[in-house]
Design a protein. Structure first.
Length: 450
């Protein structure tokens, strides 16, 4: 009897971790960290709900921390199976995990505790990495045949299709938004028996997809007129590259003034270098620009700031200017130092371009906080706070529905995951009411027999 267990990503957006057991072997799809404020650290430290030594393989849908972040802990506790993903995903994961370890080490020292895992654990799990191409069917473990399809979420992101015991189980991972700046569209999957589908935006429709570049132009010009700083918290992977691509286009088209643009994120610098290795994953427009010899992530007055000294030197540059820094949810990273400086400034603007989990500083600001705490200091929020939904790398309710539609007649059941409870419940109701699909929102730790 085939068993599906939910060890993360159930009833919450982050921490995806799902186990399939066919009686001969056990595999995991993702092994992510929960993200948010300090309280979720205990969740990440909690023992796995299974024996890591019994896992034959781990498959990454993509390399965001909430999908790969606990894999070194898995290795630390005895996992020695193979780790599969696309080549970009595995390259990204190595860099992301090394960066995470440094952050975890800093937190551990602050609270006088052991880190969740060490660099030795990161090195251990990355030695198990084996890259696979899209559409290449492979045996992940005895009785488990796996094929990866393009999810269109970030470069190399995958929909994982598992075939075992005569059943076809699909894990959506995170599905991409429509018309992402340089990514290919999400691929369609059919004839599915069981589906795990994300629902980060299961109860929302993106407003700014078609005019997101126009909005970026307007907000940039408005900040320039005010003589302020445009501060953008952005994920080091995908969102930063999306913004560089769009700003490059706006500047070369003469649509925004030629002002200084800083990427203040050592991680984003490493990630962008990896992006340059995989042009075959780009859409036709971006591939065409590359063939013409254009660097789609570089332009005049643009600067990466890697060292702490370079980061501090940004303050000496007279506004107007644009600062893009991590982390994307403002729960760490250099964005916090810039936020301390520029949030009290009414001339400046903080632009949110990604999903903000409940409990993060980014979510507090998005929810119109007048004051926030940063490094135990109370900061007055006088800067304007704006959001552009269209740069979200997640599919909204409309796209999620259209992606599920071709599966509706074959599906025995859909499990709605990776969303806040309200969002997951609403999307499950839509699947039941509009498609007559048996859709459930699973609880953490529960096992289903398929």
């Amino acid at each position: 009897m085939l068993k599906l267990s939910f060890h993360g990503g159930a009833g919450v957006v982050t921490g995806a971790c799902y186990m399939l057991d066919n009686g001969r072997s056990k595999i995991l799809i993702d092994c992510g960290m929960q993200q948010g404020r300090r309280a979720v650290e205990e969740v990440n430290r909690a023992p796995f709900g299974f024996n890591p030594k019994e896992i034959s393989a781990l498959i990454f849908t993509h390399a965001h921390t909430d999908h790969v972040g606990r894999s070194p802990k898995l290795w630390k506790e005895g996992f020695r199976g193979k780790v599969f993903g696309t080549a970009p995903t595995l390259d990204f994961a190595k860099v992301i995990l090394e960066d995470n370890q440094g952050l975890l080490q800093n937190v551990a020292e602050k609270f006088n505790e052991e880190p969740l895992y060490t660099l030795k654990d990161v090195e251990g799990v990355t030695k198990l990495f084996e890259g696979r191409n899209y559409h290449e069917k492979f045996e992940a473990a005895p009785g488990f045949s796996v094929t990866l399809f393009d999810a269109g979420h970030i470069l190399g992101s995958s929909i994982v299709v598992v075939e075992t015991e005569g059943k076809k189980i699909v894990f959506s991972g995170d599905l991409g938004n429509v018309s992402m700046p340089f990514l290919k569209e999400t691929e369609e999957v059919k004839d599915v028996d069981y589906l795990l589908v994300e629902s980060a935006y299961g109860n929302r429709i993106h407003k700014d997809i078609t005019n997101r570049k126009d909005l970026l132009e307007d907000l940039t010009e408005d900040t320039v007129r005010r003589g302020g700083t445009l501060l953008i918290p952005a994920f080091a992977m995908e969102r930063t590259q999306d913004l560089l691509y769009e700003l490059n286009s706006l500047l070369k088209g003469g649509r925004i003034p030629d002002i200084p643009v800083f990427i203040d994120s050592p991680l984003a610098i490493k990630i962008t270098e990896i992006y340059s290795k995989y042009p075959e994953y780009y859409n036709k427009e971006a591939a065409y620009l590359l063939k013409r010899g254009e660097n789609i992530f570089d332009f005049k007055n643009f600067k990466y700031t890697s060292s702490v000294e370079e980061s501090k030197s940004i303050n000496a540059v007279t506004p107007p200017k644009i600062i893009i820094a991590g982390s994307g949810m403002m729960n760490g990273g250099r964005i916090l130092h810039h936020a301390q400086r520029y949030l009290p400034d009414p001339r400046s603007l903080l632009l949110i371009v990604g999903y903000q989990v409940v409990g993060t500083l980014g979510r507090e600001l998005l929810d119109s906080a007048n004051q926030v705490k940063i490094y135990d200091k109370t900061i007055e929020v006088n800067a304007r706070i704006r959001a552009i939904d269209g740069y979200s790398a997640h599919a909204d309710q409309i796209k999620l529905k259209e992606w599920v539609r071709p599966m509706r007649f074959s599906l025995h059941r859909a499990f709605v995951v990776q969303g806040e409870q309200e969002s997951s419940e609403e999307f499950a109701n839509i699947l039941r009411d509009e498609f007559a699909i048996d859709a459930v929102v699973p609880a953490a730790g529960i096992t289903y027999y398929l």
